[in-house]
Design a protein around this ligand. Structure first.
Ligand code: AMP
Length: 497
């Protein structure tokens, strides 16, 4: 079902709540649909037509969501951008997408104006004022499922990031699948503390709520005080692993504060088995981990009913093919074997914006999209991700899967977090290097850690160096930026030789 049809269905009940901002406004489905209509009218009055791109770089707000839905009503392609991008980064996205209009926070309008030829820059507030005077009963532009709904730029850790083209069907089908798989109903209230410029907060969270006719408490950001204040009014939380790790360190987390919650979902980065275990013992809830990406929406999920296995991302969602195959030949691999994770289904994107060759190189002729993730199915059919193919370390000709070594490190006493990278090495080609963040007060040394790891891993997997650090570089979703670490430590073995 199309997201807009689900929104209209919700609006038939005039009183049904959709989103509430604590200390701010609350929106019923009816009000959201009308506000989206006003935005659709205001954008159309600005001259935007079906297929034009609207880049939106505003802070997280309820209006941001209404604007997204307004674009769906007007057939305009929604293009959210991280407000943290600099002017030169933003200029690339605007020029590459040929955005007709770029909305940003008022303080940035002066700096952003004129950075991309043909793009008009305005503040979110200016746009909201234009919407205020537009009619809410906009007559929706006709659409079909294959129409482009959104372009999201990937975080792009190598080379320039690419625009992922998502159709209305990609979004609608995945929201239906998730609402069903995670048993969403009208009485659910989602705790929404994720950013909305990313697929997790914009689509997984928001679209699933709309599809179920449920509601959400919409927090501007993840602040523990606000999160703990909202918890007692919600039934489901979706988060990135860092949310759960931070909440575990908070004395307010106990069985009572989560007593009425029915589900905690994690994704966008690997949830460590330790966090999974600690969360279960602190709250009595097994976190449900799922796996997806901007290009494919959600692909796999641990079961709602049945074992939610730590360190795995569960099984393929209904209607979606998820296979593990030999990257060279494309032949399916047996359970237990590590290979390329590839996905096919109505959730998979249409291609990269204006990059047909790049698109072609990442799809097989059978329609499978090559995710770039590597993993294996276990004997019971749970998928385990062992890393991105470009993060694989090949040391002395042998493959080392970062997650396997990180799991061993994370299990050692005094280790708060770890990252394994490959660094150029004169003898081995690449050497395994660990960056380790100690827990507060822990007295870790490189030699002692190496000694403890030796009992659990084959020699070729052992880090040649372990570097202790205060922190790991992470992106907005809490994912470790291994490219930054590789750059930083690239001369570790070659500088002196
Ligand atoms: P993004 O497009 O920013 O959502 O990033 C997608 C990538 O995040 C995937 O290709 C995976 O590498 C990673 N990812 C997402 N969910 C998980 C998960 N549950 N466990 C491990 N990696 C994940």
């Amino acid at each position: 079902m199309d997201i807009l049809r689900a929104l209209e269905r919700g609006a038939q009940d005039a009183a049904r709540q959709f989103m509430a901002v604590p200390g701010g406004l609350s929106f019923t489905y009816r009000r959201t649909l009308d506000r989206a209509g006003q935005y659709a009218g205001a954008l159309t009055a600005l001259g935007l037509v079906r297929g034009d791109r609207l880049a939106c770089q505003g802070s997280k707000s309820a209006e941001f969501i209404c604007l997204y839905l307004g674009c769906l009503r007007a057939g305009i392609v929604f293009l959210p951008l991280n407000p943290a991008y600099t002017t030169s980064e933003t200029a690339y996205f605007l020029s590459n997408s040929e955005a007709a209009v770029h909305l940003c926070d008022p303080g940035n309008v002066a700096a952003m104006t004129g950075i991309a030829e043909g793009t008009r820059t305005m503040s979110m507030e200016d746009m909201a004022h234009r919407a205020d005077i537009a009619e809410p009963d906009f007559s929706d532009v006709e659409s079909v499922g294959s129409d482009l709904a959104a372009v999201l730029y990937t975080s792009g850790t190598t080379g320039r990031s690419k625009g992922v083209m998502l159709s209305r069907e990609n979004l609608g089908s995945n929201a239906e699948t998730l609402a069903d798989a995670w048993r969403f109903t009208e009485s659910d209230v989602l705790l929404h503390a994720l950013p909305v410029f990313h697929t997790h907060g914009l689509f997984v969270a928001t679209n699933t709520v709309i599809m179920a006719g449920a509601s959400m408490i919409f927090l501007p950001a993840f602040h523990p005080d606000a999160v703990f204040a909202a918890l007692p009014q919600t039934t489901v939380m979706m988060g990135v692993p860092t949310f759960y790790a931070r909440m575990l360190n908070d004395p307010r987390l106990d069985m009572e504060v989560v007593a009425h919650m029915r589900l905690f979902v994690s994704g966008s980065a690997p949830l460590s088995a330790i966090t999974h275990r600690e969360w279960s013992s602190a709250t009595g809830h097994a976190i449900l981990e799922r796996y997806g990406m901007t290009e494919t929406n959600m692909n796999t999920s641990n079961p709602y009913v049945g074992e939610r296995r730590a360190g795995t991302v569960g099984m393929a969602l209904p209607g979606i093919d998820v296979r593990v195959c030999d990257p060279a030949t494309g032949a399916n691999l047996a359970k237990g074997a590590v290979g390329s994770i590839e996905v096919r289904g109505p959730n998979v994107f249409d291609g990269y914006w204006r990059a047909p060759e790049k698109t072609a190189s990442e799809f097989r002729s059978t329609g499978f999209f090559i995710t770039g993730d590597i993993g294996a199915y276990d004997a019971d059919g749970y998928l385990r991700i062992v890393g991105r193919s470009k993060d694989l370390v090949i040391s002395g000709g042998l493959n080392v899967y970062p997650v396997e070594v990180e799991d061993v490190l994370d299990d050692l006493e005094g280790v708060a977090a770890s990252a394994i990278i490959g660094v150029p090495h004169p003898d081995f080609g690449e050497a395994v290097v660990a960056i380790v963040v100690p827990r507060p007060g822990a007295d870790l040394t490189e030699d002692r850690l190496k000694g403890q790891m030796r009992e659990r891993l084959a020699t070729f997997k052992l880090p040649k160096r372990i570097i202790l650090a205060d922190d790991l570089p992470r992106n907005a979703m809490g994912k470790v930026q291994k490219n930054v670490l590789r750059e930083k430590w690239k001369s570790l073995f070659t500088a002196s030789s």
